[in-house]
Each structure stands twice: as C-alpha cells, then as structure tokens.
Ligand binder design. Structure first.
Ligand code: NZQ
Ligand code: ZN
Length: 383
C-alpha cells in the first residue's frame, strides 16, 4: 500500500425526513444562495421541505434556478454575478451531481476576479472559496461527499473536471429518489459501478481492505440493481443505493491504491461532443476499455471475475472473456446501450477524441498509457 493522507470533512445526514434538520446546520446570519436544477424538486416536494426548514431556523436566502445536467460555465457565470451582487457567503445546492458540481464552481468563482472557466482549466480552485452544503436528490456522482466538479462549456463542446472544497454537510433522504425516472436510476447505477471500478480495476495485491470494500460495493450494486428495477420506491433498496454511491467516490476505497479514470476521461468527451448522459457514456466505454487493456489488467480481472461474478472455471483467457461479458451484461440489464453504434456515434467522433487527446498530450490510466492512440483503440473496441 502506498502512503496516503485521508481526510473527508463532509458531515453526512442520512435518512427519512432528515431535510427537516437543514436549517439548524447552517450558521445564523449567513447570506445564503440556494441553487437548483430545472424543477424536479418543485414537483417532488423537496423544494417545500428545504424552504420550510430554512424559514423555521430563521434564515433568509436567495434562489438560483436552471443549473442544467452537465452544468455549463455559461449558466454558472450568471449565478456568480448574482451571488457577487448579493454578497453570498453560503451556498446550498439542492439537486443531483450537476447542481452540486455547478455550485462548486460558484463557490470558487464568487471571490475570483477573472472568468470562472480559467478556474476549471487550472484544475483547482484558487484563493478564497465560499462554503457549500447539499441536499442530494440523485445517487450517482459522489459529489455530495467529495471536492470534485465537472463543468462543460457549450460553445466549445468541452468538459473538464476541477477540484474545490468538500460540502460542509450533505443531507441524503432516500425518499427523495422516489421521483427519479428509470433512465436516471440506470445512469446513477452505472456511474456508481464505474467509480468503484476506476479505483479497483488496476492490479491486485495493493491492499486487501481496499479490494474487499470495493468488491462489497460492487456486489451490493449487482444485488440491488434488478430489485430496484422491479421496485423503485423501496426505501431500503434506495437507501443502500444512495449510500453505495456516496461511498463509491468519497475517498474511502482509494486509500493507498492506484486509480485508473481513463473511462471517465473518454466518457466526458462523448458527453461534450454528443450530450450523452454521463452514466450512459461509461456503460459504453468501460467494457471496451477492459477488452483493450485485458493483458495489463489481467490479474485483477481474474480476481474480480472470481469474487464479484463467480467466474471460477476455465482457462485464464476464458475467465477474462466471461468476466468482461458479465460486466457488459450488467450495463445492458440496466437498460443501457454498451456500443457506440447503438448511440449513433461513429468514426468521426472517435477521430475527434483521438485528435483532442493527442493535442492535449494526455496520459490517463494507472500506467499513464491511455493517450490519443490508445483511446482510439478503446473506441474501436466500443463500436
Ligand atoms: O434539473 P432537475 O429538474 O432537478 O432534473 C434532474 C436532471 O434532469 C433530474 N433529477 C435529479 N434528481 C431528481 C431528478 N428527477 C426526478 N427526481 C429526482 N429526485 O435528473 C437529471 C440529471 O441530473 P444530474 O444532476 O445531471 O445527474 P447526475 O447526478 O448523474 O450528475 C451528472 C453530472 O455529474 C458529473 C457528470 O460528469 C455530470 O456532469 N460527475 C461529477 C462527479 C463528481 N463531482 O465527483 C463525478 C462523476 O464521475 C461525474 O463526472
Ligand atoms: Zn462518474
């Protein structure tokens, strides 16, 4: 195991009715801006719960609506302008990963003089940032308990991650997920599965405890996914889903081990170029990445096949084949496409991603060998 420093400062407030505790968590006298997406929270009662709790605790607040899925810098500039005018010193994001990520850029942009896209390109918030908290409505990204955010720029079809600060606290009430449409549940399950794989599917023998935690989370997803499909308003199933998503990307399974993240990097390009939902891109890229890097990841694929999918017989190559098939089949069981052709994406996009990665000189993956050329091979294997 490699050396590491671990600190996760986000307080988790989890369970039925817990939005009631919101107001009491925010210090008195703050100039709060509450941020929202496109309106799902008005229809499912979350907005009313948030407002009631803030008012009961004596807070006043302003609102910013319209942070879209795959939040854009164009929208977030407007929020930053509003927050600067109002002297905002506390942000509350109410929504899915997009609202939370967007709010992380607002937090970094409120005390920054330049254009917020500069912050995204630099990869890290600089100088003073404004504290934020969240009420999560969609289990998927882990943004409720990490410092990352992924921001798009629509005019150039670009999408990049940057790092800011963790939320002070996040409220997770599984009942708020009952209004999620089936495709968002599928995207969230896919995203969670791939987050775990990005931190696990490298090489074995680094940490028994990280491996077993990651395998436990993967097994949980495989167990609950079909049950959620049949019964999406089951509290206990959605509670396990929500907690798995948070645990999948809050640093707990990344201590002292290598990480990959090439699937995400390629996925972000597919979203930037085609608007495909994040979880949907990963279902296409991950199986293709495993096919492409099956030699390099072979030992871990065998361990994963045995412990997660029960693949225990056959030659090493047959076991790896079956394990990758099981993985692709999992995404298909969620109702997601696993091939670029199914999403209407062809060679032009493949070539553009190769061009972008080569121009940027990137080297992704735990061995830093996913460059433009390798991304092209992965995308060929996804056709
Ligand atoms: O905008 P509203 O009306 O709220 O509707 C949203 C949105 O249309 C809807 N929704 C959310 N909660 C709902 C609901 N509908 C009904 N009931 C509810 N309870 O779902 C739609 C999608 O929401 P979005 O926030 O975009 O989804 P998600 O949470 O999957 O976030 C995706 C974004 O997060 C980034 C992705 O790249 C993408 O931009 N990621 C962030 C990460 C991080 N910060 O650590 C890591 C991830 O790998 C990911 O890259
Ligand atoms: Zn993701």
């Amino acid at each position: 195991m490699e050396n590491f420093i671990f600190q996760n400062p986000t307080k988790l407030i989890f369970g039925r009715g817990m939005i009631e505790k919101l107001g009491g968590q925010i210090p008195q006298g703050k100039r709060i801006m509450v941020t929202f997406g496109g309106g799902s929270v008005r229809r499912n009662g979350v907005y009313d719960q948030v407002v009631a709790s803030l008012r009961a605790a004596g807070h006043t607040f302003s609102e910013f609506w319209g942070i879209e899925a795959n939040p854009t810098v164009e929208t977030l500039r407007k929020a930053i302008t509003q927050g600067k005018a109002e002297g905002t010193d506390f942000l509350l994001a109410v929504g899915g990963g997009s609202v939370i990520d967007g709010t992380k850029l607002i937090s970094a942009g409120l005390r920054y003089e330049g254009d917020p896209w500069e912050i995204v390109l630099s990869g890290k918030a600089k100088g003073e940032t404004v504290p934020l908290a969240t009420v999560l409505t969609l289990p998927a990204t882990g943004s409720e308990m990490n410092s990352g955010a992924v921001i798009s720029r629509s005019e150039t079809h670009e999408k990049f991650a940057f790092y800011n600060r963790n939320p002070e606290f996040s409220i997770l009430d599984p009942e708020v997920t009952f209004s999620l449409p089936a495709n968002q549940i599928a995207n969230g399950l896919s995203d969670t599965f791939v987050h775990i794989m990005e931190q696990y599917m490298t090489r074995p023998g680094q940490s028994r405890v990280m491996d077993r935690w990651a395998e436990g989370l993967l097994l949980t997803l495989i167990d609950i996914a079909p049950k959620i499909k049949a019964d999406p308003k089951n509290y206990d199933l959605m509670a396990d889903f929500m907690l798995t998503a948070t645990m999948g990307l809050n640093g707990f399974i990344a201590m002292g081990v290598e990480q990959d993240w090439a699937t995400h990097q390629i996925g972000h390009e597919l979203t930037a170029l085609h608007g495909l939902a994040h979880g949907a891109t990963l279902a296409i890229v991950l199986p293709a990445l495993l096919r492409t890097l099956r030699e390099q990841k072979g030992d871990k694929l065998v361990q994963y096949g045995e412990r997660v999918w029960g693949v225990v017989s056959g030659s090493r190559e047959e076991r790896i084949d079956r394990t990758i098939e099981c993985t692709e089949q999992f995404f298909r069981s969620l109702g997601l496409a696993t091939r670029l052709s199914e999403a209407g994406i062809g060679k032009e996009t493949r070539d553009e991603i190769v061009r972008r990665f080569t121009e940027r000189g990137v080297h992704f993956g735990e061995r830093q060998n996913v460059d433009g050329e390798m991304a092209g091979r992965i995308l060929d294997n996804a056709m």
